[in-house]
Ligand binder design. Structure first.
Ligand code: ATP
Ligand code: MG
Length: 496
């Protein structure tokens, strides 16, 4: 046995995040950890990795009592974590990020040897497939995904015996995911251990040798390899059988002739070039590709957040150009960005304020905001997406990752938008709410609303969209109509 976490208990005010949880991880285990959003996965992993302290309970690590005072201490003793949220520090270099807190290891007399640090950083970067990055370059120049890989490089430093991935793969595209899978496999073979958190059940079942299920902060089951199935895991997660449909059940592309949003010869952001598209009334239009193919910039351009260099985005029937986000909101366009921590929410504001912000116009009475309407509005959103919170006044920064994502989606649902630009809308959302969100998209479609769904999950695109446009290096490389015959493979061929 490597780790014995016994009776771990943790509360945040009235929220009982962990209720006497006991988890044991042995050598060679890849322990999957699953549970609904807000069930306590990140809280548990942050306690064993020194980020926060338990209220009670004991941790025994390699036979000795273990009370890490910080993430650095846990890492020195052999437990490393890649946290769920963005874990790099802006304004410093890649190498400084990798060795944050461990600079003393590079001390030479009174100074820190930058040369040794750079060399060691280059070695670690190579292990995560980033040999092309200069360790001295500022971290801010790297993309969201590449910064996540830098965090993996940091966690690898010191060769920990227990490696924790807290929903790391959802932040990565296939190449990055393969880096994670390779590390997991190495760890298993070297008889070390991994704690692996992911809402992707197929992935979880594939990589884990055991799976622990949490429900409402309680440990409800540990499954061995032969007992794992998506149905069983879902049932244990919520405590009842799940029969709801997942994706759309029809296989026909069906939408109106009327065009509601048009991009014409759009060149914007760093790679998107000469891209044209028409979104129809009642259509779910998928946009797919590798993460740097320009699709995320496309989302921003459609919502007026970045100005086209050439070309245009117009809303119809008025045929007016989307000049900025204010115009977009006024014209009933909603937008869920991929980067929820930096772009989607005001983390220091409450759930209620975040959700009502784009809808305040609907919530006024005699030119004043009606508190009653505002409260009801937030309550409806919290209920429809099962946002787990202590009250609607809870600050967004203290929500679990998936619940933040739900707030980011919820704020557009109530404001009667007609066009939704969803960039990776289901990132970090548990399978149960994911199904609910897909059903909601079907309802929006039936009401004649239109959705652009930008996604890195091919199964989601195939499962939900009427049409799928694939981008490659900023240019359109293929368009697919909804059909039963469509496969991942056909899309991938156009992506690479
Ligand atoms: N600092 C905090 N203040 C208040 N509540 C908190 C804080 N941190 C976590 N919580 C609450 O504790 C509960 C468990 O959160 P945790 O982040 O562990 O969930 P999770 O299982 O990781 O969920 P997800 O799948 O969404 O990442 C949630 O209800 C969350 O709102
Ligand atoms: Mg979490």
């Amino acid at each position: 046995m490597l780790l014995k976490a016994q009776e771990i208990d943790k509360s945040f005010g009235i929220t009982h995040a962990l209720d006497h949880v006991t988890i044991e991880i042995g050598k060679g285990d890849v322990m999957g950890l699953i549970g609904e959003n807000g069930s306590g996965k990140s809280t548990f992993s942050s306690i064993i990795s020194g980020i926060q302290k338990a209220d009670s309970g004991t941790i025994v690590w390699k036979g000795q009592e273990f009370r890490p005072q910080s993430m650095v201490e846990a890492q020195v003793r052999g437990i490393s974590i890649v946290v769920q949220e963005m874990g790099t520090v802006p304004g410093i270099s890649v190498a400084q990020n990798i060795f944050l807190g461990n600079e003393k290891d590079f001390r030479k007399g009174l100074n820190i040897s930058r040369k040794t640090m750079t060399r060691k950083a280059a070695e670690l970067l190579a292990r995560v497939g980033m040999e092309w990055v200069d360790p001295e370059e500022p971290i801010d120049r790297l993309s969201f995904e590449d910064r996540k890989l830098v965090e993996i490089a940091r966690a690898l430093y010191g060769s920990p015996d227990l490696f924790i991935f807290d929903e790391t793969t959802t932040a990565l595209s296939q190449k990055g995911r393969d880096v994670v899978y390779k590390i997991v496999e190495e760890y298993r073979q070297e008889n070390k251990a991994v704690l692996f958190i992911s809402h992707d059940l197929d992935e979880l079942i594939h990589v884990s040798t055991k799976v622990t299920v949490l429900r409402d902060g309680k440990m409800v089951a540990v499954l061995g390899k032969s007992e794992m199935s998506p149905e069983k895991i879902k049932e244990l997660m919520v405590g009842r059988k799940i029969t709801e449909e997942y994706y759309r059940t029809d296989y026909k592309a069906e939408y109106g002739d009327e065009v509601v949003l048009r991009a014409k010869h759009l060149t914007a952001g760093s790679v998107l070039e000469d891209f044209s598209m028409e979104l129809h009334k009642g259509e779910i239009l998928g946009i797919g590709g590798l993460t740097d193919c320009g699709m995320h910039d496309l989302g921003k351009a459609l919502f007026g957040l970045i100005k086209p260099l050439t070309g245009s985005v117009t809303v119809l029937p008025q045929n007016r150009q989307v000049k900025n986000a204010y115009f977009a909101i006024r014209n009933k366009i909603g937008y869920v960005p991929k980067n929820r921590d930096q772009e989607a929410l005001d983390m220091n504001a409450s759930i209620r304020d975040n959700i009502t912000l784009p809808s305040l116009g609907l919530l006024t009475r005699w030119h004043m905001i009606s508190k009653k309407k505002e409260k009801q509005f937030a309550a409806d959103a919290i209920k429809s997406l099962r946002i787990k919170c202590s009250s609607d006044m809870q600050l967004c920064k203290s929500l679990s990752g998936g619940n933040k994502q739900k707030v980011s989606v919820a704020k557009w649902l109530g404001n009667r938008s007609k066009i939704y630009i969803f960039d990776c809308p289901t990132r970090g959302i548990d399978v149960i709410v994911k199904a609910a969100l897909y059903q909601l998209m079907v309802q929006l479609k039936a009401q004649g609303k239109s959705i652009v769904m930008i996604s890195e999950e091919l199964t989601e695109l195939i499962g939900m969209c009427d049409r799928i446009m694939i981008l490659k290096d900023g240019k359109l490389s293929g368009t697919f109509e909804r059909s039963k015959e469509l496969t991942d493979h056909m899309l991938i061929q156009k992506m690479v």
